[in-house]
Every structure is written in C-alpha cells, then in structure tokens.
Design a protein around this ligand. Structure first.
Ligand SMILES: [Zn+2]
Length: 432
C-alpha cells in the first residue's frame, strides 16, 4: 500500500546523535534514543531498519534482502545504479499491529498514518507488520520498497492497479543462499507461504466475481483496503509482463508512471490499440484457470493451419503442450459439427510417462474431466468466459453460439510443458 505524499510531514526530529536520511521526509532519527526503548536497529547502505522483534539475531538479513532488491529494481526499471547510491529509506518491522506505541513514542509512527492491513509506504519511509513466516515479511519489504523506488525514480506509480501490481509482481521472490530472485515465477503455493493471491482469484471466479480487464484497470485506491484487489493487480501485471506479445509494451510503462491514473490508463489502452479485445479475452482465459505456474506463453492462442480432406472436412494437428488453438472455423448458433480425433501423446511425465489419447486419462481429472481429453470452445465476439465443450475421441456438437472454434487438451495451464506427441483432429460440418 502507498500514498502519494501531498503534504510535508515532519515527524522525526530528535536532537543528539542523529542519522540524516535523505528523502521527502527529511527525517532525522536518534538511534540511541530508539535503541534505549528496546528497539533493534540494523543498517545497510540503502536501509535503516528498526524493529521491536527482539528475540532474533538475524534481522539484518532483511537488510541484505533489501540491498539485493535495490540492484534488481535498477535493472527492472532501467535506472543506473549510480543514480540510487544516496537513496536511503527508514523502515519499521512491527511485531504486533496492535502494539505500535513504542514506535509512536520513538517518533517513528505518525498518529495520522491511515490504518493498513500489512504494510505502508510514504516517501522514504515504510512500515511492515511482521507476518507468519519470513517469506511474507520479506515480500512486504520488497513490496513497500518497490513503491518507494517508483515514487523516487519514476516520479510516480501510474494507476492503482499498476502501482500495487508492480509491487506484488516484484515482491514475489526467492531468497536462497543469500541470493535474491525478484519477479520470481512461482510454481506452487509452498514457495510463498501466507501470500494466497491465487486462491483469491479462483474463489472470486467460482462465485462469478471474476474481474474483466477493464474492471481491474479501474480499481481505485480505496479498493486496496481489501486483499483481493492486490491479487487482481498482481495477476494483470504478471500476465502482461510474461506475455510474448505484450511484454515489450508493458515494460515501457515505467516511462509514464508519473502520469495521473486516468492519463496513465488512457495511454495504456492506446498502447494496446487493436490488440485490446484479444488481450481482454486472454485475460478472461487466465482468470478462468488461474493456477500457480500459469504458463502465459503457452496459453497465448495460436492459429492452426488445417488441410481439407476429400470429404470436405478440415484436419488439424493440435499441439498438446499449448492452450487454446484457433481453427479459423467460424460456426453459427445451431450449426451441427462433428469432431473426431486420433493420435497418442504423453500428458504427464513424473516417475513414468502417462500415455493418453483424445479420450483422456480417467484415473486423473482436471476441471471435472479426464486429464488430457480433447476439449473445444467457441470464441464469441463478445469476449465472454469460454464455455468448455466436451469432445473426447469423437463428438457431434450443436453449437449454442456463433464464433470461432477453438481446440486444446484438458489440463491445467501450469502443466502443459511436459506434454509430447500427436493429436490429429478432424472437424466436419454436418448438414441438417
Ligand atoms: Zn502497496
């Protein structure tokens, strides 16, 4: 969470042995007075960290994380490291959200900070509540640091979805052997204990509360009082940052981060131009099947090239390691078609290969259907959530809407990569 600073807030001015921290707050803090209150202070070139966590000797590791993050912010936002050499933040890690008095007494917790659920950034200062598990505390540290970095070196945060989405995207990390990997592709919830954003999106979709691309773009600052807004903002940033056709455009957005939210969103929409309906549809596909490890690249719809058979049908080679594939066949509501499939493929590779045909494997199910089974959908011009049509080895279908016929196999979008083999599909129109 963050708030653009709209007034000068002088909240720390204690005489004596003081440390000058450059930044909007011109903060001067008295380390001795702070330590006399039992607070622990750890310092590194870019961060003075103050905490009431007393029973741990490893608090300085948070400074190590932060210093590694500074380099990665520079790289991601293309800011020269030289430009950040004098940048310094004062951060507080607070053990208990209901016990902030010692920070207030030390002049470290202004009375007029708004209530915040987990973390808050204001100029060169941030506050983070200690979380269950160090992963999430580090995540918040990087999240708030991302806000501070963007404000200082990009001149702003753009729109709320971009501000919070970037802080979440870069906050996702791996910290192992003192090495930080930010903007980490998370493959499982075990990697990010207590973070839980994927679950929030799945839950919202399950009760038809999934957000469209436009709805995410228009989320206001006040939406971010609820955790699920962070989930939507993160998911959109990750989708755009990973997408083979959108990544370049997305990574140009830091150049317009100083614009107002309305101007930022307008420029964002202009940058997508004619690709907007496609992006909106692919976003809905992601919302429908959100998973840890969602493979944005393989989920990008690809065109199939069909060959005509002597009987007037069309034959396709459907890739078994990709998401929806476009047949180019436009169907009308009420039209009858027959889809038949042949071929053998591997749908999973663990201790052994799992062979499969278009009927799927009935000992494992995904989304209520056998794993690996051939499925279809009709992409309508309205950009709705796709309705799955069960196919299997052979199926006659009466199309309930008009649009383009799509094909793929039934498997989680996080698990396509290890598939291999052939799937030949024939589509024929049936006369009445
Ligand atoms: Zn935030």
């Amino acid at each position: 969470m963050n708030r653009p600073l709209n007034r000068r807030l002088v909240w720390l001015l204690i005489a004596g042995c003081s440390l000058f921290a450059p930044g909007l707050l011109s903060a001067q803090i008295d380390l001795q007075a702070i330590q006399a209150r039992g607070l622990q202070v750890t310092r590194s070139p870019h961060l003075t960290l103050i905490t009431d966590v007393r029973d741990r000797q490893d608090v300085a590791e948070f400074n190590d994380v932060f210093e590694a993050a500074v380099q990665q912010w520079c790289r991601y936002f293309q800011v020269p490291e030289d430009a950040v050499k004098d940048w310094h933040l004062i951060g507080c890690i607070i053990r208990d959200p209901n016990q902030t008095q010692v920070f207030t007494d030390a002049g470290l917790f202004p009375d007029d900070l708004p209530p915040f659920p987990a973390g808050y950034q204001l100029g060169s200062n941030f506050w983070v509540f200690l979380q269950d598990g160090d992963y999430y505390t580090r995540h918040l540290l990087i999240h708030e640091g991302t806000h501070a970095f963007m404000e200082k070196f990009l001149g702003g945060y753009g729109a709320p979805w971009y501000s919070e989405g970037m802080a979440e995207l870069l906050g996702l990390h791996r910290w192992q052997d003192q090495q930080l990997s930010m903007n980490h592709q998370v493959e499982s919830s075990d990697e990010v204990p207590f973070w839980g954003r994927v679950k929030l999106i799945r839950k919202a979709h399950a009760v038809e509360q999934g957000k469209t691309l436009n709805e995410v773009l228009e989320m206001e600052n006040k939406s971010f009082r609820e955790v699920d807004a962070y989930a939507w903002a993160w998911a959109l940033c990750q989708f755009l940052d990973r997408h083979p056709e959108y990544q370049k455009r997305f990574r140009k957005l830091p150049a317009i981060a100083s614009l107002s939210p309305a101007e930022f969103n307008q420029k964002f929409r202009e940058a997508w131009g004619e690709d907007w309906p496609d992006a909106a549809q692919q976003w809905l596909n992601l919302v429908t099947e959100m998973e840890y490890g969602y493979d944005v690249v393989a989920a990008t719809p690809t065109p199939l090239s069909g060959t005509s058979t002597a009987q007037g049908a069309t034959r396709f080679e459907v890739a078994v390691n990709r998401g929806w594939q476009e047949t180019g066949i436009l169907v009308e509501p009420g039209e009858r078609i027959r889809i038949t499939a042949e071929g053998l493929y591997r749908v999973k590779q663990d201790t052994q290969a799992w062979p499969c045909d278009a009927g799927g494997i009935t000992i494992e199910y995904y989304a209520g259907r056998p794993l690996g089974r051939l499925i279809a959908a009709i992409r309508t011009p309205k950009n709705d959530f796709l309705k799955i049509i069960d196919v299997g080895r052979s199926q006659e279908i009466i199309c309930d809407s008009g649009g383009q016929l799509l094909l793929r196999i039934n498997e989680s979008p996080a698990a396509w990569a290890d598939n291999q083999g052939q799937l030949k599909v024939t589509v024929e129109a049936l006369s009445d």
